[in-house]
Write a protein that binds this ligand. Structure first.
Ligand SMILES: C[S@@+](CC[C@H](N)C(=O)[O-])C[C@H]1O[C@@H](n2cnc3c(N)ncnc32)[C@H](O)[C@@H]1O
Length: 238
């Protein structure tokens, strides 16, 4: 999927996506858990890459409070408009148009010190997901937290039916949706990108969360960045 395909697709389906992003059973709980994994304190600054219609932003705002700062970055205008509308009441939530692989944080001032960064359902759309994770870890720096959540095929015993539904969703939501046969299975490509991104985060950070949610289909990895070599135990929760 090219950047132009992604913008065209999410731009056209922004309203429907927003509904699914906020109302799909299991997803609000996941968003709350993702925000918890950011380990935010009141007054912190948190950046969401590929924030879409802003479904995570209220959970982040709740955790950083009125003295904190929430920045959502996305490159698709119509989804950003929805994110802006839904957060208009908060003057410390900023929704910025930009590329998650080259985030325009300078526009918020050179002093921007990022305490945590999250990206939910985004790395599968990037050309170089591991490179993006590296850049995000650099952006956050020592003691900061980076959290990824992504849908990928489940390894659980009840996986086959869940995976069949998941594959149908991926095929329908991977432009061009009218194409019935792909040279390369989009679900497999997505799985590979997600695997590589989560593995890179585990390499770079000390794990604070390594979990699956929503029938094993959503993987959540959260890490704290250290000065020295990373590694450590994780909380596992199926
Ligand atoms: C599946 S949606 C996820 C939205 C949101 N994170 C959520 O959890 O609902 C993916 C979003 O990533 C955005 N996106 C994909 N690649 C991007 C990039 N390189 N830079 C900025 N946004 C990107 C798309 O525009 C889309 O809004």
């Amino acid at each position: 999927m090219t950047a132009a395909d992604a913008q065209e697709f999410y731009g056209r389906w922004a309203r429907l996506y927003d509904l699914l992003a906020r109302r799909t059973p299991g997803i609000p709980r996941l968003r709350s858990r993702v925000a918890d994994a950011c380990r935010l304190e009141p007054g912190d600054t948190v950046v969401e890459m590929g924030c879409g219609t802003g479904a995570n932003l209220p959970y982040l705002r709740e955790r950083v409070g009125p003295a904190g700062t929430v920045v959502g970055i996305d490159f698709t205008r119509p989804v950003l408009e929805r994110a802006r509308e839904s957060t208009a009441a908060y003057d410390n939530v900023h929704v910025v148009r930009g590329d998650a692989t080259q985030p325009p944080l300078g526009s918020l001032g050179d002093e921007t010190d990022v305490d945590a960064l999250l990206a939910t359902f985004v790395v599968g759309m990037l050309e170089d997901p591991a490179g993006a994770v590296d850049d995000w870890c650099e952006l956050v720096g020592p003691d900061g937290h980076v959290v990824l959540a992504n849908a990928a095929r489940s390894d659980a015993w009840y996986g086959p039916p869940v995976n069949a539904v998941f594959r149908a969703i991926v095929v329908l939501s991977t432009p061009p949706t009218t194409k019935l046969r792909y040279a390369d299975d989009p679900t497999r490509r997505l799985d590979e990108k997600i695997d590589v991104a989560h593995a890179r985060l585990r390499d770079r950070a000390t794990a604070i969360a390594d979990e699956t949610h929503v029938f094993g289909v959503v993987r959540l990895t959260g890490g704290r960045l250290e000065d020295g070599p990373a590694g450590g135990s994780s909380d596992r929760n199926e």
